[in-house]
Design a protein. Sequence first.
Length: 340
Amino acid sequence: MLDKINKLILEIRDASITTKEDLEQFRIHYQGRKGILAALFEEFKNVPNDQKKETGKILNDLKMAIQARIDSFLGNAGSTPESATADQDLTRPVTYMEPGPRHPLSIVRNRIIEIFSRIGYSVAEDREIEDDWHNFTALNFPEEHPARDMQDTFFIEKNPDIALRTHTSSVQIRTMEKNKPPIRSIFPGRVFRNEAISARAHCIFHQVEGLSVDTDVSFRDLKQTLLYFAQEMFGEDTQIRLRPSYFPFTEPSGEMDVSCNICGGKGCNICKYTGWVEILGCGMVDPAVLDNCNIDSEIYTGFAFGMGIERITMLKYQIRDLRLFFENDLRFLNQFRGEI
Ligand code: DAH
């Protein structure tokens, strides 16, 4: 029986099937109720037990070889109605697949872009794998700054250092190297830090960077721009407050809080009972950074800011755990259906 089946496998491989009629004959000959396969399975019943395993396997190979020839003919001919087999009902309605809702981070990213576009900001994106110059050195990070440490940064290569960017501030440098002022742009993108994953931190997250460079740009402009943004994003009653802070690439630097839109400033667990929630870092571009990009700091000034999209989304939609953004759980994502 083994020999017979082996011969059949070769025969099937060589069989010529060029038309629908050939296919139908082939099918009846091998797969039909009185066809070769049926007869072999009948014969298989009488195979001695000790040969059943081996014979069964090769019989199965034969069955698959027959089906493979049929499938390949149908595949080559395309699944046009002419090549459909009788058991395919082409009049059946297709299953409707509802389009997925937009991810909340995309909704907020789009909203941020829209708010800044309205006051003349262009949008640019750049690479996620960065060199030391654009991620650190040109931004005035001293050699021994802790952010360069393996603890915080995912390095891809050492000497010269190549890393996953730790912030979108690298795009400030890329933009100023390529363009002369006036510059007014925002840079959304994904950033990476070697952080333990928790309800409040993740090793992958998203930022939007902003940069405005021109003659006569002052802290006033920064503050007014950020107030406009906060009120467009969280509602016209939103207040902002700026606290002094430190970033190597801005001088002076600040952190901006918005009044908590969940408790209306009265105090709740989202704002840790302070009435304020921090949403971004900002400041006046350090003249050394302008000079690093060949922009004359005697003539031009600028401001910059960087915000975390996750943080803003959490505040806007009262989401308490950052991990929800990355788990693809439809029970979470479907709540954003209808938003753009
Ligand atoms: N790059 C900073 C961070 O990731 C955020 C930041 C602070 C961006 C101040 C800025 C800025 O542009 O001016 O923590």
